[in-house]
Design a protein around this ligand. Structure first.
Ligand SMILES: *Cc1c(COP(=O)(O)O)cnc(C)c1O
Length: 432
């Protein structure tokens, strides 16, 4: 099936007489005839639902749906939905890292991910090194240490819209027998499928475009099933968690029992069992409704954003526009390679503040918006804006902001699905 068909029809296939809409199975547990059946479930010898912390039919359907969109090989790929994008990235790392391990992350990524990796994982003994998103193959390889277990980056970084050269990162990862994890939240599988370019695991804040209507908070991990854990284990001794026996399941080996599904199965039956960042079936239902129109929304988000970016670029009061869909953008060619149909609806820009305070100028522009919402959010049907320097990056000094590439006058704009003329009119009047 083509992508559009998978959006509308994927994940759930009603049998004769079933409801056409995926039902919400709001049940914590499932009834069995015999205790022997339950024993087999606990030994992972039988497939089936037993407790909704681990698996639930509504959640399973949306997991299958999104795995189909990210991966062209549905026999190998598998997904795990989580309670938030944060827990998706946390699980993606914790599934293969423990105290004493090291990870490498592209420097320009979502601030919440920087906090998680730098300040939280360090308390668990996992060390992170941030390197430039634009690092060369040699630079990435030279940052990889004996205890490095993965590389991490975002297709399109939040909020600077830096495009990752996924081929380069994937080659560096695979040549060093470690996986590449890509957070694909901003591009979505409509514009980019990182697994096609050699990434191994894709994560999302499905709070954003996959839902697209700002209805629920959730996350998802999709494993392409394209990383050979046993091979890496035999060469480097890494990833014993997936290859060696798990004593909490009578000594099964995830790679031997579950083959390509080893990574997701372990994340589900071990991390989700023990840490419990479980999504609600109602959120899965809302998310699934959003996914059904992803192809239409993303196309229109990009079309609107490109027009807004072109308007801003030609406006005398604008100093800089970050939008890789613009020909003048330094990432235009890389974006064309990985995202030929478009990038996303998110852009950021700097107001030309002259001799005035850049922070205040940006705030003044945002405060004058009538249509565009001020929101701590992106990637939804309503246009919304945020001033990073006075919100998400508030704790940073002007100098720290400059080092992270986020100037005090930067405005992040998530272009929605309203009439683009109305959005531009709001910007024009506010800038005036
Ligand atoms: C929002 C976001 C997250 C965090 O997701 P939540 O659903 O808010 O927990 C992670 N990565 C990116 C790129 C995001 O935009």
């Amino acid at each position: 099936m083509n992508f559009e068909t998978n959006c509308v029809r994927g994940g759930y296939s009603p049998k004769s007489g079933d409801s056409v809409v995926m039902p919400i199975v709001s049940s914590t547990t499932y009834r069995y005839d015999t205790t022997e059946e339950v024993n087999e479930l606990f030994d992972l010898e039988r497939e089936g639902y037993f407790y909704s912390r681990i698996e639930n039919p509504t959640v399973s359907a949306v997991e299958k749906h999104i795995a189909q969109l990210e991966s062209d090989d549905s026999d190998k790929s598998a997904a795990l939905m989580t309670s938030s994008g944060q827990s998706a990235n946390l699980f993606a790392v914790l599934n293969i890292c423990s105290a004493g391990d090291h990870i490498i992350c592209a420097r320009s990524v979502y601030g919440g991910t920087v906090n998680l990796f730098q300040h939280r994982l360090s308390t668990l003994g996992i060390e992170v090194t941030f390197i430039d998103n634009d690092s060369s193959y040699e630079q990435i390889c030279s940052s990889i240490k004996k205890n490095t277990k993965l590389l991490f980056g975002e297709t399109l970084s939040n909020p600077l819209l830096v495009v990752l050269d996924i081929d380069v990162w994937a080659k560096a990862a695979n040549d060093n027998n470690i996986p590449l994890i890509i957070d694909n939240t901003f591009a979505t599988p409509y514009f980019c499928k990182p697994l096609q370019f050699g990434a191994n695991i894709v994560t999302h804040s499905s709070t954003k475009y996959l839902d697209g209507h700002a209805l629920q908070v959730s996350g998802i991990i999709v494993d392409g099933g394209n990383f050979n854990w046993e091979n890496a284990y035999s060469k480097t001794g890494h990833f014993g968690q997936l290859v060696e026996p798990d004593e909490t399941y009578k000594g099964i080996s995830y790679t031997k029992h579950f083959k390509e599904k080893a990574y997701i199965t372990k994340a589900r039956v071990q991390l989700m069992r023990d840490l419990g960042c479980t999504p609600s079936p109602f959120n899965a239902f809302l998310l699934n409704n959003g996914v059904q129109t992803l192809h239409l929304r993303m196309k229109q988000h990009f079309e609107n954003a490109l027009k807004v970016a072109q308007f801003l670029e030609s406006h005398p009061k604008i100093k800089k526009v970050n939008f890789p869909g613009l020909k003048s953008n330094e990432y235009y060619n890389v974006a064309k390679k990985y995202m030929p149909l478009g990038t996303s609806g998110v852009l950021s820009f700097e107001v030309n503040s002259g001799n005035n305070d850049a922070r205040q100028c940006a705030a003044d522009v945002i405060n004058a918006f009538r249509l565009i919402n001020i929101e701590v959010n992106v990637a939804e049907i309503r246009s919304c804006a945020l001033h990073p320097a006075s919100s998400t990056h508030r704790q940073m000094s002007d100098e720290e902001l400059i080092n992270s590439g986020i100037s005090s006058g930067l405005i992040r704009l998530s272009v929605g699905l309203e009439s683009v003329e109305d959005i531009i009119e709001d910007l024009e009047r506010s800038l005036k």
